[in-house]
Design a protein around this ligand. Structure first.
Ligand SMILES: *Cc1c(COP(=O)(O)O)cnc(C)c1O
Length: 378
């Protein structure tokens, strides 16, 4: 029987169960313990000695706490890249704040500096300065960090860096996950490494991390009984899950190499196909983990062959592929919020496709994918 080829499936390295076993041996079956501390240390040393990591139950929880730590409150406005997964923006709504969506630029597909500055100026003119900017390294491709940071600094607005898809990516040799005022990682099952479900908040100082952990563990005051002066959350990562994370950190670099290998595989195939463009770094200063390899198909050049056609052809062969993220300003649930920009994100959505990109896809899977693509483009 032929097994399905997934877009991005968990890839265990072999040591995960040892760490999970240690959790059982020590009876640390709790949202704290040696694996949580160890996993945080591993993340910190992987990223940069000068950042602090708080392991949490999900990337979405990390975004939620990140916004709270940046001071976002009910009635505030928060700028958010439109071309992303809904989880980037949902926590804005949890807080009773309102998203202001901004279009992408065509080079990295991430938040467009010009549209961002238009949005900031326009909101300020309306009497409401945005409280934060959520920028996303979509599909692992770093956004234009220098340009975005200089606008953020000019107007004195903090950046919440959504690096959920970009662990292992770099911008001018600096790791993604260290480039915002506060940053977010995800270890969901489909990400480059997984804890089966989890995330992390990355801060620039210990104090902010401690605040995040305080809020993530029900905001207990320092008293022998349970006393609370703030509303808390139950957002800490389990010590069992953190054990999986410690094992995954040992193979993170291999996963980055594997995903980049898949990208090179697609690039070499599509090299000979007119009208198909593989999304790549546009200069040497940026390094994508290529979490997912994505392509754009120009049906006018391919003679009517579309991204949707390729998706259906893959489906026939039990190979999963998927349209790009539908821009948030086009989502029914967000349709009433302001949007700045043109139709770049929408155009990408219309003609793009995400291809199977897992670091666990070997020669056999690549051959099946190759055959399906050759047949479709004959
Ligand atoms: C996966 C993802 C998230 C959410 O992370 P979870 O761990 O699934 O909650 C947020 N933003 C982006 C861009 C993501 O891809």
């Amino acid at each position: 029987m032929v097994t399905k080829i997934w877009l991005s499936s968990p890839h265990m390295g072999g040591n995960e169960q040892n760490f999970v076993q240690q959790a059982f041996d020590g009876n640390w079956i709790a949202p704290l313990g040696p694996n949580v501390t160890g996993f945080e240390k591993d993340i910190e040393s992987y990223l940069d000695a000068n950042v602090y990591a708080a392991a949490l139950s999900s990337g979405t929880a990390a975004l939620h706490l990140g916004l709270i730590l940046l001071g976002v409150q009910k009635g505030d406005e928060v700028i958010c890249q439109s071309f992303t997964f809904a989880a980037s923006a949902n926590p804005i709504i949890y807080l009773g704040a309102a998203p202001v969506f901004v279009d992408s630029e065509p080079e990295t597909w991430n938040i467009c500096p010009n549209a961002l500055e238009d949005a900031v100026k326009s909101r300020i003119a309306k009497g409401k300065k945005p409280k934060a900017i959520i920028a996303v390294h979509l599909y692992g491709m770093p956004y234009k960090v220098n340009e975005i940071n200089s606008i953020a600094q000019k107007y004195n607005i903090p950046v919440l860096e959504d690096s959920a898809e970009a662990l292992g990516s770099k911008y001018y040799d600096k790791p993604c996950g260290t480039l915002g005022d506060i940053s977010v990682l995800s270890f969901n099952g489909n990400k480059i490494i997984t804890t089966s479900g989890g995330g992390a908040l990355i801060t620039r100082d210990a104090e902010t991390k401690n605040k995040a952990v305080f809020l993530a563990t029900q905001a207990r005051d320092d008293a022998p009984y349970y006393q609370h002066s703030t509303i808390g959350y139950n957002y800490r990562m389990s010590n069992v899950c953190a054990g999986i994370g410690r094992g995954q950190m040992l193979v993170l670099d291999d996963h980055v190499a594997g995903r980049r290998n898949m990208n090179a595989f697609y690039a070499s195939f599509f090299n000979t196909i007119n009208g198909v463009e593989v999304h790549k770094e546009k200069n040497d200063s940026i390094f994508s983990n290529h979490w997912l390899t994505t392509i754009l198909i120009d049906a006018e050049v391919t003679g009517g062959k579309t991204a949707e056609g390729l998706r259906l052809a893959f489906n026939e062969e039990d190979i999963e592929s998927r349209p790009l993220w539908k821009p948030l300003h086009l989502q029914p649930v967000f349709k009433d919020y302001p949007y700045y920009g043109s139709d770049i994100a929408q155009q990408l959505f219309d003609i793009g496709l995400c291809l199977p990109s897992g670091s666990n896809l070997g020669e056999y899977e690549r051959q099946r994918i190759y055959k399906a693509m050759s047949k479709f483009f004959n």
